[in-house]
Design a protein around this ligand. Sequence first.
Ligand code: BG6
Length: 513
Amino acid sequence: MATVQQPNLEGENPLVEGLERLPVAPTTLVIFGATGDLAQRKLLPALYNLAHEGGLPERFHLIGVSRREKAHAEYAEECEQAIRRFSRRAVDEDVLKRLLEDVKYVPGEFDEESVYGTLEQTLDGFEEQAGGPLNRAFYLSTAPSFFPIIVEALGAQGLNAREGAEVRVVIEKPFGTSLEEARELNRRVLSVFEESQVFRIDHYLGKETVQNMMAFRFANGMFEPLWNRNYIDSVQITAAEDIGIGTRAGYYDNAGALRDLIQNHMLQLLCHVAMEPPVSFTAEEVRNEKVKVLHAIHAPEGDEVGRMSVRGQYGPGHVAGEDVPGYLAEDGVREESTTETYAAMRLEVDNWRWAGVPFYLRAGKRLARKITEIAVTLKPVPHLAFSQAGSLGVRPNQLILTLQPNEGVTLQLGAKIPGTRMMIRPVNMEFLYGTSFLSQSPEAYERLIMDAMRGDPTLFTRDDEVEAQWCICDPILQTWEALPGPLAQYESGSQGPDEANDILRDGHSWRAI
Ligand code: BG6
């Protein structure tokens, strides 16, 4: 059994005051796809960091399920290597040893009945040691085609419920590749589990900065009165990456930027900007408000798709001092693939608060740098009393919420340049996470794994929410698929395709990446 020592935080950093350790009931976590990339890079390091901070339940067990045959000890060794390599903090040998001392491994194909028999015995074994039932969390970190297969096999084995304990299933993204598939997957998952047992992951919801958007909007009286069509001119949400697709061609070439980032992460960000204040911060209230936003978004149809969205593909170029190949030359990409590595769109939220305000979304690989931000631009002041002459440009105020890399909030204001003349220039008022809290934000997966084990679904996507996201994306994807090419091209390391400017309203421009 792995027990986790509660570290003494006192005296460590006064600014982390208020951080609490939320109680988590004794749990066995089962990771399907236990040797995959996500498990190695994110899930195992997240478990280690939770253990390090005393965030895991006092009694915690880990079982890995994957195809290849290997012994428990060999799997534990792999876990150890992954943690040492990818953990955000240096490893404490005692914590690591305790976390991995009784890790179990179940080999087999996910559609093989015997795997679930062995899994049940392993789960029961831990419960015998504990002298009673333990909560169970099944984490599906496999290729998406296995999601329904695993869920149904768990049901067939009777592992979807446990008397005296809670059973939960965590499902990774992508949740379907179209509205139809998402509906079908929901149907199959919900024929085995109750919605309250299902935790659909969108790791952006676990990011501190995304959660801070709610604090920012609803814990401050200053912004909310301005937060509407009367004062806000436009909203721009960017998720730019400088990396290419790496070794993920098998997945990415079938997905593309819209499915990979916009359908889930970016629509979640949009919802956080646009949602009404929930009555309370319960999972249902928060998710109800987000679903209302999604329902208010008009999904482009027919010709509108061309006017409201743009897709592009990266060519060769130069990124971070290196020459990089174009998308079509990446390993594993289909010859003449028309998969988009960049997508941009202009959406509107047709409701009382937002009618007429454009929400611009863009996401892409191999752009100039990694930056995820939300820029809210206010309307210009009604009358400019100062002469523009000589000023470096009076600009409308902008509020920029940066999610990464330098998490924080910047308010762009007009200020007078010191001197005898009235010259105005934009200046920044900044709040930076790192400076204010002197602590590293936990990785999104730490928060999400803990919440799933605690049974709090607030930061997970509900069934109707995921379908509402697909309702917006589906018509765009269908139109793109019907018109396979040519795609707008952009040089690696650039700002993206020039065609992205075509969807902007007059007077608007994309922020520099
Ligand atoms: C994942 C996508 O969901 O998010 C990746 O599949 C992308 O393609 C990643 O790189 C970006 O996440 P983050 O947290 O680095 O912004």
